[in-house]
Structure formats: structure tokens, C-alpha cells
Design a protein around this ligand. Sequence first.
Ligand code: ADP
Length: 564
Amino acid sequence: MAEQIREPAREERRQRERRGGAQSQMLRQIVERLADGIVIVGDDGKIRFANPAAEVLFGRKARDLVGEDFGYALAPGEHTEIEVVRRSGTTVVAELRLVRLDWEGEPAVLVSLRDVTDRREADERAKELAREQRARIEAEAASQAKSEFLAVMSHELRTPLNAILGYTELLDLGLAGPLTEAQRQQLRRIGASGRHLLGLVNEVLDLARVEAGRLTVHHEVRPVANVVDAALVVATPLAEERGLTIRAPADTMRGVLFVGDEDRARQILVNLLSNAVKFTATGGAIAIEVDVASVPPARARLHGADRWVEICVRDTGVGIPEDQIDSIFAPFVQVQGGHTRDRDGSGLGLTISRRLARLMGGDITVDSKVGEGSTFTLWLPAAAEGQTDEPPAVAPRLSGREPVVQGLTEVGEALLREADAIVDELVARLRREPSMPGAHSLRFTQLADHTATLIADLAETLVIIEDSRGEPSPMLADSAEIQRYVGDRHGAQRARLGWTVEALAREFEILREEIEHALHRAFPGESAGRIGEALALVRRQLEQAAMASARALERTHQEAAEQR
Ligand code: ADP
């Protein structure tokens, strides 16, 4: 009887064992396929088991891991993050989850590890972005306050100065009675100093207006010759007075057209020429040359045109020491060490000139050698063939004449919210893209690169444009600068990944499409108005970034080829 009872019980146990075996077989298969790393650690702290994902995470084979100390403190029920330094030296960040269990009849801890390196990096990037944004807002507030102070002060200074100059002239004319020769001399000195002071105050006011974004420039197609001729009318007598020769450009410049503001361009050129006169000793020479270039030097901050008009002012003067070349564009800076022979001047001329040039989408660059002379070059966008008076397609140069649709801020904010989704889509599409066959094996962070920063900046530009009602502003210029910088870094990184120009162009195309999708998602059914405006602005800015990126890519490829 006892036998009869025992028999079915044994059979049942056997069946249970078989089921158990099949179950643990299945469990093992699941564990082996899991994307998360799984490690079983015994109570002695030694690793008993590691799945393939854990092998990848630690960069070591399971057979090497088993029997080793796990090396991290384990408190079941806790969620923590650890940094795993692999043998190769690379680090991954893993999120840990712990569960107690029995393993082969002994108490143990199941540790699951999830690679969160990308997420951690994205968090850091978001924090960095927020920091940058805060710093920029603070800097903008400070600069705004400074500009307002300067503008008010300049006005307050100008009113009494004009009165002083007016009365000096009245006295000089003898309207208040006859003057002795000595009195007349003294009056002339008062007049000369007063005019000098007025000149300084006017420059300060100009600078304040540029800085506050209140100075606008025209974007019209104009002959370069108008600017050069007008500047020569002012500069030639000054040069002759000092015994300098001055050479006008060849007549080939007559047909050259630029896009910008004729008065402002003349103001810049007069300033460059009067500096050349001021800093060249008697007997020296000054020459103006005009040319059209398609590849400006990298140090010029240029964007938005394919071809550039360059107007060079060469002198055989004192030159500028190399370590001071960059600083002469800062307000109130004059070259140190007996260089400025004639103390006349404020150190503001170049600051204002460069800012005006940049408002027109151009720039000023310098080449100089102490004792030999200097060349200052004014770069301005060249008019395209057959171009008539059209503002060039660049966001920072939007002038008040363009209608700016309300509601760009909202679009910008939506774009910012969508940034992560756009980057995710972009990365997924790059991995599938046939023209980038290597992309599927690259890490998320490598593929995402600086894209989130670029999108954040595009979004911010929309907000700034609405805030400044389309007027050029220093913040807008900063945004454009950031985009160019990001584009540049991005191109260099893509070059290091071995991408071609075509692949890069395709990537920007995908990015543009994803931004468009995201905005259509955020504003369903809207296509004109603010969305149309925003999309057009984004498209133009992406073109600039793509251009900067392509230039950097080519440069990096070239440098690599030269090193070989
Ligand atoms: P300012 O001429 O009123 O002092 P700028 O901003 O025009 O102010 O120039 C700043 C400084 O740059 C000058 O004081 C001078 O030291 C240097 N500089 C400008 N142009 C030249 C030049 N052509 N040759 C040598 N030094 C120059």
C-alpha cells in the first residue's frame, strides 16, 4: 500500500523537476536575451553568473567575470547609479536594481544593470544649455543697462556742449564786441577742444545705439565705387596734409556691387583711411584695393552670401604688435607703448566700424607687421548677378522693413519642447540612412552630437526675433554666432567619423524635415502665418549652419590629408 502511495508521488516530483528544468531553461534564455545586464552575486560578494548584456557593459567575458568580486556595495531594494570603468579605459554609467533570490540553493542578489550613459550625457547637456542661457540673459541685461546709461549720458553731454560751441562761435565772430588777438587764440582753442569732445560723444552715442540694437542698417544693392569715391573725398586732403600718397583702386571696381548701407560703409571706410593717415609717417603710402572673393578667410565672421566684396586699406605705417591685434576692436582700446603718436582719437572708431560691418552681414579683418604697415579689410556681401534691392536671406539682418508675424515666441517654445523627440528621430533615421552605411553602429551621443544645442538656439532665435520686433540685436548676433560655431564643430566631428559632404548635407535635410514634422505636430493644421514664418527662418538658419559645417568638414579632411 505504502509503495502504491509513494509511486504516484515520485512520478509527480519527476514531472515537477522536468517542468522546473524546462522553466529554468526558458528563464536562462530570457535572461540571455535581455538588453539589461544581469549579474548574480553571491553573499560572499563574488559573481556567480553574468549575461551577455553584462559582458558588453563590463567589456569582459562572462567566464572572466564569474568568480570575481562584484566590487560595488549591494543593498537590495535600492536603486543607484555606478560608473563602470572598462579595461579599455572607457566609462559607462549604469543604473542598478537589486533583488534577493536563491541561486543554486544559496542566497544571492540579482543585479540588473542598465546603461544610462546617453541619458546622463543628455542631462548634463541640458544643464549646460540652461547655464549658458542664464549667463546669456544676464549678460544681455547688463549690456542693455550699460547701453541705456551711455545713451542718456551722451544726450546729456551733447546739449551743453552744443551751447558752448555756439557761444564760442558768437564771440569769435565779434558779435559781443571786439576781441584782442590773445582772446581770439584762446577762443579757437576752446572751440577745437569742444569739437573734439563732441566728436567723442557722438561716437559713444553711436556705439550705445549699436549695442542696444537700436541702430539699423539698410540692405540695398549699391556700387562699391560710390563708397570709395566718397571716402576718398574726405581722406585725400588729410593724407596730403601729412605728406602721404594715396592710391585709388583700379577702375575695374566700377562694376562691383555690394549689399548693404552706403552711408555706413562710407563711415567705416573713412575711419579706416583716417587711421591709416594717423598711423603712417610722412613719406608713406596708402592704397585702397577692391576685389571680389568667394572664400573669405576663416577668421572673418561672415555668413549669408556666396561671394564677398573686399575693400582693403593698406598703409606703410607703424603697424600693430601681434598680441594687440585682437584687442584694438574692443571699445576704448589703443595700442600701447608710444605707438599712438597722435593722441587724437577715442579708441572707438574700430569698435563701431566692426559692429556696423557685422550688422550688414560683413566684417573687418586686419593683417599687420610692426614697422612695415597694416592692411584693414572691410568685407561686405557681394550682390548676386542681376540682384536688385532685396534684403539678403539672413536672420540676424532682418530689418524692420520685413513684417514679423506675431506668435514666433510660442513656436520657439514648442520647438524647444520637441527638441529631444527631434534628436531621437534624427538619430533613428541616420541609422537607417543608406548614404551613411556606418551610422547604425555609432553610439547615440556620437550621432546626436551638438544637434540639441543647435535646435535650442534656433528656437531661441524665434523668441528673440519676436522680442526685438525683427530689429537686429546683439542677442540675435550671438545666436547666429552660436549656430555658426555649433555648425563648425559638428562638421569637424562628422569629418572625424569619415562622413562625406553629401552625407552631411543629407543629415541637415533630415534635421530640417524632422523640425518641420515637429512643428506641424505641435500646431496641427497651421501652415501659413507664424508657422510659415518660423519655418522660413529655421530653413535659412539651417542653411547657414550647414554651410559652416560643410566648410569645417572639408577643412578637417584636408588637414588630415596633409598630415598623412
Ligand atoms: P582711435 O583711432 O580713435 O584711437 P580706433 O578704434 O580707430 O580708435 O583704433 C584703435 C587703435 O588701433 C588705435 O588707437 C591704434 O592704436 C590702432 N590702429 C588702428 N588703425 C591702425 C593703423 N592703420 N595702423 C596702426 N595702428 C592702428
